[in-house]
Every structure is written in structure tokens, then in C-alpha cells.
Design a protein around this ligand. Sequence first.
Ligand code: SF4
Length: 426
Amino acid sequence: MRYYLDLFGCAKNQVDAETLMLCLDRLGWTRAESPETAEAIIVHSCGFIETAKQESINAVLEHRAAYPDKKLVLAGCLSQRYPRELAESLPEADVIFGNRDFLKLAEAISSSVPGFKDPSEFVGKRPLLSMPGSAYVKISEGCDNRCTFCAIPRIRGRLVCREVDDIVQECWELLDRGLWELCLIGQDLASYRAGSAGLPELLEALSRLPGRFWVRLLYLHPDNIPLGLLEGLQKDSRFLPYFDLPFQHASARILRAMNRRGNAEAYLVLLDRIRTALPDAVIRSTFLLGFPGETDADFQILLDFQAEAHLDWMGCFTYSREEQTPAYRMKPPVPKPIAERRRNIIEERQTPLSEKQAERFIGRTLDALVEEKIAEGLYLGRLFCHAPEVDGSAVIRAAGPIRIGSAVPVEVSGRSGFDLEAFVKV
Ligand code: SF4
């Protein structure tokens, strides 16, 4: 059987899709590059917010219209969140299963396919959908934070953390496959085994792996940063000083309503601590605009925070009213046009800030992970300041060929918009 995978959503969903692909491999299925050449189409959906849900449903409808006779499977977060509703209202999908059902599928396959007995085989050897040279490593599943706007704990359940040894084993296997970058992911890495040594202990164990590579931490809840994390990152230069801290807001009132504990002052102190410990620190954050009750004064607090925080990268979302979340009933709602206007303002202000931040790398020699050849002697890649898919890139000139997925030392020579220009050092 040949299947085509249509993937939506975040890196966590991507890892689930990769694990599903490994299961299908073991069942003898092969992946098709296009839906035309497949017998089955799998829409691996996202169920986080309204626009994402709509996108996944549209994909099912479009595939069904284009391929009336093919098997159409809806998998992933959306179907985990609304299994009954979708079974009733989306007859276009032949099979519907969620990401937790899929784990049962993985278990069933591991015990039924000869030579595939250990469920841990699912981790390191899965096919990868990441950019060349990079892989996501999921260190936990679910979340206990209960931010009031977020449906993730309902979709992915309570926080469950993988064992340190299990993660180290997966990382070792991925490095053995020649990868350069390991991006640790989870809904909130900062909560990893909170109460025990947690993330610092994991870093300690990872630092015993030999060779040159990057470890990048993605998604650290700023209220939960564990003691010892900065020291752990300082000890090993292979751990990138890259901080993905989704502040969501800076107004204490709005953060409280979101069930988050921070405020602008505390977050500025945190940024100062990070930059003192790791002067090269690159900070990415996301903000949520138009949360119920957000006033012009709250928005001004956020703008003032943005001006002082000197973020390298920023993502912005407008509030999506999600059923089964506490914020669903919160009042007063912020009209969509106001939320959009606030988002536009904050995005416009961020552009020169991000461009200016990028300039501090000009003149430096850094490793670049090469992702794509765009012309003879011209490549696209990423430096430590660029997380996959969300930040800018480096445009790299090279006198000779470079292997895609490998890391090379480059000198950063300039900036073009958000992107950096660099050339390979010989
Ligand atoms: S930390 Fe908050 S926003 Fe993030 S997944 Fe958990 S509940 Fe959702």
C-alpha cells in the first residue's frame, strides 16, 4: 500500500507523524511523494486553534473531492480532540484516529510484527520529516500548566516525561545517523521532570555524548525555568544559547487571567539573568493579542515590554476562543479587528528590532547547518540563532560544493532583511 502524508501543525505533531510512518513502514506501506500515486491519503491534523482546525478539515474535503476513490485517513490532534463530532460530521474521512489512539497502534504493531518487539525502537529509527541535518526529539508529552486559553492539555493529556536514558539513547541514534542538530521539544521543556533534577540532569547526560553537534531547546515556559538550567547550558558549547520563551503577554493582569504567573518586570529580570550568564543568548518569544479583557493599557504594557526586551525573534497570534478551555467564558471579548490591529502594530515594531539584533553576528565566524542549494555556489542554511522553520536564515556563498545537512564554518558578512549573508571559511 502506498500512502501520501499531508502534515499540519507543530513539531510535536511532526514527531507523531514520523512515528506513524515508522509503523506503516513496518507494515510494508511505502510513502508516495504525491497523492496521485498513493492508494491512501493521511491528513495528520492540527486542532490547536480555529484557523488550524479549519485548515485540516479543508484538506480532508479537498482530498476527497480530488480523489473520490482513495482511502482517506484523518489522524493527529484534531481527531484526538473531536473524535465523536468528526465521526458524525465528516463522512469524507474513511478512518479517524487521534494521536493517543495512534500510540495504541504503535504498541499493537510492536507486538505483532516479527523482529519489532521493543516499543523504544519507535524513537530513533523513525523516518524524519525535518529539514536536512536536523531532528526533533520529543522529551515529554502533554502539559500540566493549564493556561486558560489553551486546549492542549485536553488534547495531549497530562504531562508525562520520558526517562533521561531513553532520550539520550534516541539522541545517540540520531547522531549516529549523521544529524547535526537535535531540537528538544515538548509542550513545556521547563517542566521536564520538575521536582527532580529535570532539564539540567538531562543536559548533563547529553553532554556525555561524543562528537560535534547542536542541541536546541524549544518551548520553555518562562515561569518554570528550572534552577541550574543556565549553568547547564554554560557548561557545553554544543548546547545552543537559544531561548524560546513564549511570554504570551507582559501585563500582569492579563497573564493572571491566562493562569500564568509572570509580569513585565519579572520577565525583564529573567532576560537579564539569561544574557548575563550567556552573552550570546538569542531570545524568541510569542505573544497572544486580544485575550478577553485586554485593554489599551494592557497592550501598552506589552509594547513597552517589547521595546525593552530586545527580542531576536517574535511570533504573534490573535486569541482564538476555544471550547473546553476556561477562557471560553471570559469577558469582555476583544473585537477581532482590534486584536488584529494590535497584532499588526506589534509586528511592525518588531521588524527593525529583529533586524538590529541580527547585526550583532556580522563579522563573526560561526557554524552553519546547510539546508538547501539555491544556485551554483549559493546555499541556504541556519546558524545557532535560527531555529528551524520559524526564524530567518543564512544565505551562504561557497567556492565548492557543500553536503546538504552538514555543518560548515562560515563568516557572517552582512544582512538582508531578517536573513544573514555569509561565506564559507576555507
Ligand atoms: S504551557 Fe500553557 S500554552 Fe503551553 S501547552 Fe501548556 S497549557 Fe498550553
